[in-house]
Design a protein around this ligand. Sequence first.
Ligand code: CO8
Length: 260
Amino acid sequence: SSSKIKVDLDSSTGIAVMKFQNPPVNSMNLEFLTEFSIGLEKLELDKSCRGVILTSAQPKIFSAGLDILDMYGKTPEHYEEFWRAVQDMWLKLYGYSKITIAAINGSSPAGGCLVSMASDYRIMADNPRYRIGLNETQLGIVAPFWFKDTMVNTVGHRTTELSLQFGLMYSPSDALKIGLVDQLVPEENILSTATETMTKWLDIPDHAREISKSMLRKPTVDRLLASRDADIKNFVSFIAKDSIQKSLGLYLTMLKQRKV
Ligand code: CO8
């Protein structure tokens, strides 16, 4: 099967790079999500890996977020399987024991923003055309509580109130201002900067850093673990509604008409 994520582990430095390569826009479909979770799991078990850099092989796009086609016109069984895969990916990444750095080399809406926020550190290319944010309400859908929790934990409650309700997408400089990303760099330096930054994180004893990370994140992870099935049920009944399907259909049409 053709791989949607290229994994390169340098065992001399302990740094792995996971490069998303699901053209054209790295949308996260079921296959991508499964490969992502398994890839993360493998690296977590690999003693020669200490940190993971997430980046994109596609020009201009980090990830377009969840694949809308997995949420449109499918069966309830499909929605259920898809949503479980989304949960699995986030549970793995947000609760990851090793260091994760997102090298955001392009736009990063919705699920792309979630992946970025679930990492330990975010470096974004300073291209003013790029956007990042949780834009779900713009599609007429609602970011679930654990997307919201992840954002609150990253930028705080008030910024999340505005962001989520408006479905705000931020330019790199605005994202830096609100703390949605930690650092901006010229696009061509993004991987070298991510590697240098990772080296600094690697100076900290793993065990102490890991426990500190877990102390901060475990309550948020546990909230979803305590209600996974209810969250799936909720997603399936919400996404299957006629009115929601209609909104998604209009959004897909808008995406297609926007080019020409
Ligand atoms: N899913 C499926 N297909 C997509 C997606 C997507 N997320 N994004 C883009 N595509 C498709 C486009 O329709 C287009 O298809 P085609 O070639 O057949 O016309 C193709 O990919 C290329 O897209 P563009 O021409 O738009 O490429 P650009 O380079 O001009 O723009 C962008 C790239 C900026 C990524 C742009 O495509 C975009 O804004 N996409 C939409 C992103 C988006 O809104 N994602 C939200 C997904 S929802 C989500 O992640 C969380 C949902 C939470 C669950 C809610 C519970 C109910």
